[in-house]
Design a protein around this ligand. Structure first.
Ligand code: IPM
Ligand code: MG
Length: 360
């Protein structure tokens, strides 16, 4: 099979982690007889430095022309980087939001599970971890607060800022359907997370999710308020199967979920639309403080590449091979610094990539 992949290395640790994911993808292509054609695309700070804006129309077109996009991370230090002196719509993050919206990537899948090998890196106590956990955060990605109308105005000498949280029933319905579809193939439970005790958008969310649930009688639906969910994630993470939630709540809960897997460097993600096309990126950020030191954990990016093989190319065997290789390297005791525990062997970003690629 010939696969066209647009590659956004981005900023901070982005280029380092993407390099390792490509290494692993090339090993897969070689073993299973595929060819991968990469096209580099600039986004975020890397694009601002060249074009003055975080995402050009050409960059969007280059992504559209590919079968899938592999992305590292974008953004820099928000207090010191000159990128953050620019107006908000020209900062690095605006590029990512524009890309998500332009490609209609409304469904963001963020799987968080605990490898037994990483139990010691998990900050939770053994009696909380019990047999571990394996959950999927299904985050709505093109609506809500991220895309609502916003403005900052001065009224009678007082500055005032507005951000609006809007959802229509169609936006809720399509993400809910995706959530139930995924749950059907897993442990058949959806926890829909909202703030229906306060927000109108959440009350509509709940109503539409309940309607959709009727089409999936074999899937159990429960509702949970977002503050309670934040607590339950560290109290009893094993209770969750699919967490279905809106954009902002999903952003926050997925960082929390990543930490209980041991590190944010372990959490992959796929952003999908209604076709096979997808954007694959680690859930973590650009970590400018450790950029360029060859110490970042590339596993989330490598696991995101596995999701690309599975969802965009329908190559399950290849995706399994990547996930198995990651598992094997962890079983053999290799760790980057963020997931290091006693008795394990510390390796760099590039060594981790080599080790995983060799085991394909
Ligand atoms: C994420 C990131 C982004 C988000 C930022 C970089 C805009 O935190 O993918 O979770 O908030 O969606
Ligand atoms: Mg985030």
């Amino acid at each position: 099979m010939e696969c066209k992949v647009a590659v956004i290395s981005g900023d901070g640790i982005g280029p380092e982690i993407v390099r390792e994911a490509k290494k692993v993808m090339d090993a897969v292509a070689e073993k299973y007889g595929h060819s991968i054609i990469y096209t580099d695309v600039l986004m975020g700070g890397a694009s601002i430095d060249v074009h003055g804006i975080p995402l050009t129309d050409q960059a969007v077109a280059d992504c559209q022309a590919a079968d899938a996009v592999l992305m590292g991370s974008i953004g820099g230090n928000t207090s010191t980087s000159p990128w953050y002196q620019l107006p908000a719509d020209r900062r690095p993050e605006a590029g990512l939001l524009k890309l998500r919206k332009s490609l209609c990537l409304f469904a963001n899948l963020r799987p968080a599970s605990l490898y037994q090998e990483l139990k010691k890196a998990c900050p939770l106590k053994d009696e909380v971890i019990k047999d571990g956990f394996d959950l999927m955060i299904m985050r709505e990605l093109t609506g809500g607060l991220y895309f609502g109308e916003r403005k900052t105005v001065e009224e009678n000498g007082v500055w005032k800022a507005y951000d609006t949280l809007t959802y229509d029933e169609n936006e809720i319905r399509r993400i809910a359907k995706r959530g139930f579809e995924i749950a059907k193939k897993r442990r058949k439970k959806v926890t829909s997370v909202d703030k229906a005790n306060v927000l109108d958008s959440s009350r509509l969310w709940r109503k539409v999710v309940e309607e959709v649930a009727k089409e999936y009688p074999d899937v159990v639906l429960e509702h949970m308020l977002v503050d309670n969910c934040a607590m339950q994630l560290v109290k009893d993470p094993g209770q969750f199967d699919v967490i279905l939630t809106e954009n902002m709540f999903g952003d926050i809960l997925s960082d929390e979920a990543s930490m209980i897997t041991g590190s944010i460097g372990m959490l992959p993600s796929a952003s999908l639309n209604d076709t096979k096309f997808g954007l694959y990126e680690p859930s973590g950020g650009s970590a400018p403080d450790i950029a360029g030191q060859n110490i970042a954990n590339p596993i989330a990016t490598i696991l995101s590449a596995a999701m690309m093989f599975r969802f965009s190319f329908d190559l399950d065997q290849e995706a399994d091979a990547i996930e198995r290789a990651v598992q094997q390297v962890l079983t053999e005791g290799y760790r980057t610094g963020d997931i290091l525990s006693e008795g394990c062997k510390q390796v760099s970003t590039s060594q981790m990539g080599d080790l995983i690629a060799e085991r394909i």
